[in-house]
Design a protein around this ligand. Structure first.
Ligand SMILES: [Zn+2]
Length: 451
């Protein structure tokens, strides 16, 4: 059967002609393979060339246009409220000044069993509202007021022992107790790295700040002990002068006692630099601020102050001081964290999201966007701006600035990155000073005769 013969034919060998024919076919295949190889080589060369070009172009983009590309790639939604939420998801608010501890002192006598932060409490701050407002951290102000006599008496000598050191210890205590009682939410932060880890872990970083040199009992040794307890900024004054520096007071026209910093005040700044405690210039006189800016080796902060050119009150920072802030020759790195208190923001009845944004915009215009932050003063202010009633409302301010052209990088600086940079700077200076073997400051207030 033909089929059978065909099946066996290969085993029996093939006629020469057929072999020749096959060889001829083989030669044809080789030529085809050669052509394929050449085509493949050409494709490889072209592909390689194109890839090299793409690589070089990519490198050029990365090296020269990264910021612009980054901005385009990370474009935010057009809707300002959605854009604000997006920014705050990756760059939550780190507020420079929140007065929850003094509210807990005055309402609950520091008794933590008398209230539950997981539920609404009076004032501007509780955990549900902090979460709603996309807060990633804040300085708990361990504030207690000035000794009454130092308000009134120009010749107050700062020698009378007061209870302010005890009271400050109680406020540090209640802050740390709250942070640890609500440890699912809060995490005590002692460094900028701690803040970042807290945020990465979904927590709210808890930092401690002392609001006035009077709370140190006018003693540098007390500063050292507060630092040991976790305090990371000290406001040089509150509304009273103290042994270290002049305050701007409450109303215009307060008579200076030192003309800025006292001799002990300079020693205090040296020690704060050495310890990595931020110098806070809110509440100080303009001369105190100018001298401290010039003298501090570390970056400084205004934990809760706005712009005097926008609203003229002594607590706000004037333009000639803002002009000293920056990076470069004759400038000091700093962050001015805008205060929401209506009295500091605008004429009566006019404080709202827009007027607060005006302060942010103005400080950014004079000092630069890298030098502005948020220091609401929530729980320390009786009234609030319209639209910024409590800690749940930060997104409204971010949305307003987005409407005004602030991009995601500027906004992330405002919400926390600028403060973190300043903290990192202060930590670096402290490390350098300690590595260089800088001695602690042993200066004592020269009116004292007991020490
Ligand atoms: Zn204050």
């Amino acid at each position: 059967m033909a089929a059978t013969i065909d099946e066996h034919a290969p085993l029996l060998g093939e006629p020469v002609e057929q072999n020749l024919a096959r060889d001829a076919n083989l030669n044809g295949d080789a030529a085809k393979r050669d052509a394929d190889r050449r085509r493949a080589t050409r494709v490889r060369v072209i592909t390689h060339g194109v890839l090299s070009l793409v690589f070089v172009a990519g490198l050029v983009i990365v090296l020269f246009f990264w910021e612009k590309v980054g901005r385009a790639v990370g474009a935010l939604p057009k809707n300002p409220e959605q854009a604000a939420r997006r920014v705050l998801e990756s760059a939550p608010v780190i507020d420079g000044h929140i007065d929850l501890p003094i509210l807990v002192r005055s309402l609950y006598h520091n008794n933590l069993s008398a209230f539950d932060l997981n539920h609404p409490i009076p004032g501007h701050v509780d955990i549900p509202r902090l979460r709603e407002g996309k807060v990633g951290g804040f300085f708990w102000s361990t504030y207690v007021g000035c000794p009454q006599a130092s308000y009134e008496d120009d010749d107050y000598d700062f020698l009378n022992a007061t209870w302010r050191v005890r009271d400050t210890l109680e406020q540090i205590d209640v802050s740390k107790l709250l942070i640890s009682k609500y440890s699912d939410t809060f995490s005590l932060a002692l460094t900028s790295t701690d803040v970042k880890y807290a945020i990465m872990g979904g927590k709210i970083a808890g930092l401690l700040g002392v609001e006035g040199g009077h709370q140190l009992g006018n003693s540098i040794a007390v500063l050292r002990q507060f630092q040991e307890l976790g305090v990371r900024y000290v406001t040089l004054t509150h509304t009273c002068h103290n042994a270290f520096a002049d305050s701007c007071g409450l109303q215009p026209g307060i008579k200076p006692k030192w003309g800025g910093l006292s001799k002990l005040g300079y020693a205090l700044i040296r020690e704060m630099n050495r310890l990595g405690v931020l110098v806070d210039l809110s509440h100080t006189s303009d001369d105190t601020a100018r001298q401290a800016l010039k003298y501090s080796k570390a970056p400084v902060i205004w934990s809760h102050s706005s712009a005097r050119a926008v609203h003229d009150v002594p607590r706000n920072v004037p333009d000639d001081v803002l002009e000293l802030v920056g990076i470069g020759a004759n400038k000091t790195d700093a962050v001015i964290m805008v205060n929401f208190a209506p009295f500091f923001v605008a004429d009566p009845g006019k404080a709202n999201v827009q007027t607060v944004a005006d302060h942010v915009d103005h400080i950014a215009k004079v000092a630069g966007k890298a030098h502005v932050g948020l220091g609401s003063d929530f729980d320390g202010i009786g009234e609030v701006p319209e639209g910024l009633e409590d800690v749940s409302k930060y997104p409204a301010l971010i949305a307003e600035l987005y409407r005004r052209g602030w991009d995601r990088f500027d906004l992330a600086g405002l919400t926390g990155r600028n403060l973190l940079r300043v903290m990192e700077g202060a930590e670096r200076v402290a490390r350098d000073l300690q590595n260089a073997g800088t001695e602690p400051a042993y200066d004592v207030y020269d009116q004292r005769e007991d020490l």
